[in-house]
Design a protein around this ligand. Sequence first.
Ligand SMILES: [Fe+2]
Ligand SMILES: [Fe+2]
Length: 295
Amino acid sequence: MGKLAVISDLHADINHLNEELYFIRDYLESLNVTHLHFAGDVANKVDKTLEVVFFFDQIDTTFHWGNHEMADIDKQTNFEDFNDPHFLNFQSKKLSDSTVLLGVNGWYDYSFVPRAEEKEYRRKKNLYWYDRFIDRIGSDPQITEYICRRLKETLQTIPDTKKVILSTHFVPKEDFIIQHSEKYERWNQLNAFLGSKKFGAVLDEFTNVEQVVFGHTHHRFTKQMLQQTVYHCRPFGYYYEWYLTRSFILKNHLADTFNPLKARTLLKHYTNAFAEYKKRYILNELQEGMVLLDY
Ligand SMILES: [Fe+2]
Ligand SMILES: [Fe+2]
């Protein structure tokens, strides 16, 4: 039997991961992980992402993009058909005689906002969302349409006797979309850029898709069974969102309450102490921020 680890949203650059990468690799090896897959947002730059993937490659390692790497892509074919042996997108990797891992970057089509007007949300995206730096041909609904079609075609090529573990970056089911209320209600607009209902509907058509792992939300959920599929969303996320950062700030009485939006500025005054604390507890954070699956 083998063990698959899926890590989404490692953000190795933003999280200043250096020595920690050695700790993580040693830890995964100690768990007897036989395949490691990165489900996007490894880093903001393609080169850095490849550097991290190669670093982990003494464990069999694959990856697909998240939106963060995509901002560094200039050739259109590199979005969905990047030429690297570790890149797993619309391709499956045999894990065992009975199980395959299928990677698909995914995309979004504003379907997680009721009655979203396409033009209005394109404008909002270009105004304040990170993905305004991504230079792709086609509107977001068009790109999603294409991706859903290709997802379906790829799943049709896999015999239904094979169990599929699917990894994607974006959210495939509305059950993982948080609806904010009152003074936070305007945050709901950002749900437009998190994923697509259509993507999830394609998955529903294939009963051999047993497990789905994704990230992007930077919010960790408990696993959920929807139709016949178990969905896992446990992204690693940004350092200022971590449990370890919360405990560092509260234990040292640096603030009365933990506010991730204020943590970055606060931590600037405690750089060395936080760096030490981070090294000490990074594996505890990883335990919460990755998905392990036996196959
Ligand atoms: Fe991310
Ligand atoms: Fe993301």
